[in-house]
Each structure stands twice: as C-alpha cells, then as structure tokens.
Design a protein. Structure first.
Length: 534
C-alpha cells in the first residue's frame, strides 16, 4: 500500500509541478526531480521501486511512440545526417571519452567496465530533451534536430552497453567486431520489424471505425513492438520509432482521431514523464545508502564525467556547424555559434542513463555501489541544472533571429496551400449546388459572407432560397475543409516542412472540421488562421 500511495503522490505532484512550471516558465521535469528528492528523506515515506530491467520496457515504449508520432519520413530523410553524425558517431565518441576518463579516475575499473559506464552516460535522453527543451522556447528547427538525435541514439548506446557488460561480467575481452555486427543486426532487424508492424497496424486502424478503439490500439502497440524486438535481439527503440512513423504515414486519420490522439498522448507523456523523473529523484536515498563513505568521491567523478560529456558534445557541435555552413544547409542545426552552445547545453541525460546504470550487476565491477551516485550526479549536472537555466540561456542567445525566420514563412506557405486546395475543390464541385450556395462560399472565403449567412429575413420564398443556399454552403464548406486537410497531410510527408509546423496548422483546421460535423457553419472569423490572409 505504501508504494501505491507513493505512486499516486508522484502523479499528483506531476500535475501540480507542471502547472507551476507553466506559470513560471521553468521546465517542470527538473522542478519535479528537485521537489521529490528531499521529500523522500522524511521518515515514513516510502519510495517507488521498479526492478531495473523493467524501467526501460515500462517507460520507453509509450514515451518514444509519443515523440515519434510527431515526425515523418520526410523529416527523417532530411535529417539523415543528424542520425549518422549525432545518433551514432557522437555516441561512440562520447563513450570513448567517458570510458578513458573513468579508467583514469577509477583505478581497477577495467576497459569493459569503463565502456559500460561510458555507454550508459553517453546518449542524451529524448524524453528529457523534449520535456525540458520544449517549454523553454527553443526554435522548432533546433528542437527537431534534438528530437531526431534522441529518437535513434539509444540504439547505439544500448548495444554498446550490452556488449561491454557481457565482457565485464565474464572477465573477458571485448570483441569490437562482433559488437559492430550486433549493432548492424539490431538496427536492420528493428527497421524491418518496425515497417512490417507499422503497415499492419495502419491496416487495422483503417478498418476500425471507432476512434476510441483506434486510440486504445496505439497505446498497446508500442509495448508489443518493444517486447517483440527484444525477443529477436533487435533494437526496441528503433522498432518503435519506425513503426510509429510508418503507421502515421499510412493511417487515414480523421480530424477527431488527430485531436483526441493529440490530447491523449499529451496526457500520457506528461504523467509517464512525471513518474520517470520522480523515480530519478527518489533514487537519491538508495544511492546515498549504497555509496556509504565513498559518496563524495562518486559525486566528484560524476561532475568530471559530466564536464567531459559537455566538452565532447560542444566540440562535435562546432564541427557540425562548420560542415552545415559549408554545405549551405538550412533545415538542420547547428548553423550558428549560439546554436552550438545551446545544443551542447541541451545534451540532457535522463531515464535511459539511470536505467542502464541501475541494471549493472555487482559482478561487473567493484565500483558497483558508487555507480548510482555517479549516475545521479551526471543527471543533476546535465539535466536538472541546465534545464532550470535553459529559459535564461535561450533569452540571452537571441535564437529567434536569423535562420528561424523561415518558420513564419513556412506557416504562411502552408496556409496558402490549404487555402488554394480548398478554393479549387469548391470550384470543381460548384455545378452540383445552387448558384447562391457557390456565391455564398466565395464570399465566405473572402471573409465577407457573415451578413448573408445570418440574415434569413424576408419573404417565404426568399427564406426557402436562403435555406437551400445555406445547406449548399455548409456542404461546400465541408468539401473545402477536407480538401485543405488532405493538402496539409501531403505537405507533412514532404521534406520541405517541419511536421510540427504542419501539425500546428492542421490542428486549427481539425477544430473547424469537428465544428462543421457538429452542424456549425464556420464563420469568416474562424477561418482567419488558414485563409491566406493571416
């Protein structure tokens, strides 16, 4: 019962702290971690304990699915260089630097044990980055690059971790060639599994008319994919991401599906993230107890490793900035020195690091009891402190000027595309309706039809004529809205646009579609966000 009460307390704290974060502008996951840590030292308060081997299977599937459903194949293709340079190469470079530093600071750790620790700390957590960086006001181009990095970098780190852990437990040498082949197999098998499951999931979703069932299905499928991938020793992380993108690209979702799915997954993401970061805070007591008298030495090691991870990331971001500038890229980051600093600062470690470190058995290293303190110190230095200072840093760096002015241009282009598609659809269907209906919709497009739609006074004949025109106008509005929606969904699959920009415009359109389905004829003022004049 104590664990149940503690879990309910974490969920309640998540909601309260999220509300505080929204008012103060501070990242609420960092606030929650700080708020939970001191509370657990009060006598009589139990902590929530989850077996280390269950942390990733329980938390990663829904959180990764929630993040992956916001991207698209076009986005992934346009950011393929990010996947290679940041999700793979940077992870290996960081692991090597951290392992070398750990062997220097921790005599007797051994190469295998050092790589285990380095691989656990190396990858920035996509959940931490999204939860902390999102509310800070970082431009979507930069956030998109960070999210793409986070969606794939866990695969490289987890495979490296498992290979090194097997060698550390058996006191054998690391077979780097075998490890590389394992990484290739894990990635390839995960991609195949993700595509197959994503397509089958889309077929099922398209055949089920009930929106609630379709939403519930998307809740179950990430866990099934993760379990299936782990069963064939593929990367559960990559499989979930690929399946989510594939399903999203092939599902014929209605406006109701998109709106309800958005709110459902926003709620799931907030509560699961809250419990995950609450667990990080609750780990403080157990870490302090296990480390004993070596706690301060472990804290020092954690601080040094955090600085090394930041230095490697900063140097690599600077190299990528020069490469991006030389090749004239505009859709990725970093492009300026300010972005180099911001993206190095946003290399936040989180749930994955904690879960991997806690899963290291005592047989792997005699530093076992210090590892949890080291991990929590790294999380504090790379996530809690940077997260709290991130809004201040974003304000100082003046990131909204320069390349990110393109975001406003993208919104305007998307609105124009939707508007043009709607006009074209209405013109093609005009012959099926009375001339008054067509004229009414044309005036509606020009934002001057409100008087006619709301003035049914006059003779009986004029009233009947008006009602026919109004019914036709309502039908033509529906045609226009759905044509605009289809055009935006096509734009979402293109490499030109950030899916987040398209989703923002599409969400406004979905609300109008839902209102139309409930029998409300949209007024000109409701259309201002996409009528080409916004």
């Amino acid at each position: 019962m104590g664990t149940f009460i503690a879990l309910i307390g974490l969920l309640l704290a998540t909601v309260l702290v999220a509300a505080i974060g929204e008012r103060t502008g501070l990242p609420w996951p960092a606030l929650l971690t700080i708020a939970v840590a001191p509370v657990i030292f009060i006598p009589g308060i139990d902590t929530v304990t989850i077996a280390p081997e269950l942390i990733l299977p329980f938390f990663l599937p829904p959180l990764l699915w929630s993040l992956a459903r916001r991207t698209s194949w076009g986005m992934i293709r346009s950011q393929l260089s990010v996947v290679i340079t940041m999700s793979v190469i940077l992870v290996f470079l960081t692991t090597a630097a951290l392992a070398s530093t750990a062997m220097w600071l921790m005599p007797g750790l051994g190469l295998a044990g050092a790589i285990v620790l380095g691989a656990a700390i190396a990858p920035p957590d996509p959940v931490a980055v999204d939860a902390v960086a999102g509310p800070a006001g970082i431009p979507k181009r930069i956030t998109g690059t960070l999210q793409t990095e986070g969606l794939f970098n866990d695969a490289a780190s987890i495979v490296t971790f498992n290979v090194a852990l097997a060698a550390a437990v058996s006191n054998g040498d690391i077979d780097f060639g075998h490890g590389f082949l394992e990484l290739l197999y894990a990635a390839a098998a995960a991609v195949i599994l993700g595509i197959v499951v994503g397509r089958l999931a889309a077929l099922f979703a398209n055949s089920v008319p009930d929106s609630v069932i379709r939403t519930a299905f998307t809740w179950v499928i990430p866990f099934a994919i993760y379990a299936g991938a782990e069963a064939i020793e593929a990367s559960g992380v990559i499989a979930i991401v690929i399946a989510a993108v594939e399903m999203s690209s092939r599902s014929t979702m209605s406006a109701e599906d998109r709106l309800t799915g958005h709110f459902f997954w926003e709620t799931v993401e907030m509560l699961f993230t809250g419990v995950a970061f609450g667990l990080i805070g609750m780990s403080v007591r157990d870490a302090a107890n296990t480390a004993g008298t070596h706690i301060w030495q472990a804290v020092k090691i954690g601080v040094v490793l955090s600085l090394v991870a930041f230095a490697v990331r900063f140097a690599w971001m600077w190299v990528l900035c020069k490469v991006n500038q030389s090749k004239g890229r505009t859709n990725v980051s970093p492009l300026r020195l300010q972005e180099v600093l911001l993206m190095a600062w946003s290399g936040m470690r989180g749930l994955v690091t904690l879960a991997l470190v806690l899963s290291i058995p005592p047989a792997a290293t005699h530093y076992h009891y210090e590892l949890s303190v080291i991990a929590l110190t790294v999380l504090t230095c790379t996530m809690v402190i940077p997260g709290l200072l991130l809004p201040w840093l974003v304000g100082k760096l003046d990131l909204q000027s320069g390349p990110d002015a393109d975001a406003d241009k993208a919104y305007e282009e998307l609105n124009q595309r939707a508007y043009a598609a709607a006009r074209k659809a209405v013109q093609e269907e005009a012959d099926e309706f009375v001339p008054e209906a067509y004229a009414m919709v044309q005036e509606w497009f020009d934002s001057i039809a409100e008087r006619r739609m709301q003035d049914p006074e006059g003779s009986k004949e004029r009233k009947e004529q008006f009602l026919r025109a109004r019914a036709g106008a309502a039908k033509m509005q529906e045609i226009a809205l759905r044509a605009a929606s289809r055009e935006l969904q096509r734009a979402r699959r293109e490499r030109t646009y950030n899916p987040a920009d398209v989703d923002a415009v599409l969400a406004d359109l979905d609300k109008l579609i839902m209102a139309r389905e409930r029998g409300a004829l949209a007024s000109p003022s409701q259309m201002v966000k996409w009528d080409g004049e916004s």
